[in-house]
Design a binder for this molecule. Structure first.
Ligand code: ITT
Length: 189
């Protein structure tokens, strides 16, 4: 089944393709849309609504995701991609996160992923996935993307960037949200 995904992020496309084998995933950049909703679900809906009219009769999807750090009141949250300012820069984002947590003992955090779907009849569906963990004192690992080298999921002694793609996808916020999304797609048909 074909699934159009509203994103410009090639890392997300790779993970979505791994998590949803059997789907023909095609990226469609929702260029120019303003992600100005206060939460992940709102921004995922903004992105999927931007591309759905271009693909009538097909399934469309958007992923809005980010990192929420307890000691920072939930930041970077919906601003995760541009935490250190525009343009989005992973090295600067990770450095700023570590600087803001310097000397902070409570390092609890979670990744959240909201998946918004538009079905072939134009109806909207939402799925949310979360993964809890802590922010490490220093980056480790080279796999994945974004904040992966700094995020150590609960129950694992290593960061997301040190896990295989299969391991990360089996516990990640995106893996969990997409498992729900897959059920919805199967139910609607
Ligand atoms: P699109 O909006 O085009 O999909 P984006 O990267 O701008 O791409 P978001 O607005 O959803 O996407 O921001 C998500 C940011 O949160 C992303 O850029 C990373 O910094 C971070 N993030 C999300 N999921 C992540 C993951 O699995 N591992 C590491 N960082 C992640």
């Amino acid at each position: 089944m074909k699934l159009f995904v509203a994103t410009h992020n090639a890392h997300k496309i790779r993970e979505i393709s791994q998590i949803l084998p059997g789907f023909e995933i095609e990226a469609d950049d929702p260029e120019g849309v303003e992600e100005n909703a206060p939460d992940f679900s709102g921004n995922a809906l903004i992105k999927v609504r931007a591309i759905a009219p271009r693909h009538p009769g097909s399934w469309c999807m958007a992923d809005d995701s980010g990192l929420e750090v307890e000691a920072l009141g939930g930041a970077p949250g919906v601003r995760s991609a541009r935490y250190a300012g525009e343009p989005s820069d992973t090295a600067r984002n990770n450095a700023l996160l570590l600087a803001n947590l310097e000397g902070v003992a409570d390092r609890r955090a979670n990744f959240t992923c909201a998946v918004a779907l538009v079905d072939p009849f134009g109806r909207e569906h939402l799925a949310i996935g979360r993964c809890f963990g802590i922010i490490a004192l220093a980056p480790s690992g080279a796999a994945g993307f974004g904040y992966d080298p700094l995020f150590v999921p609960d129950g694992y002694g290593k960061s997301f960037a040190e896990l295989s793609a299969e391991e990360k996808n089996s516990i990640s916020h995106r893996g969990r949200a997409l498992a729900e999304a897959r059920k919805t797609i199967k139910e609607v048909g």
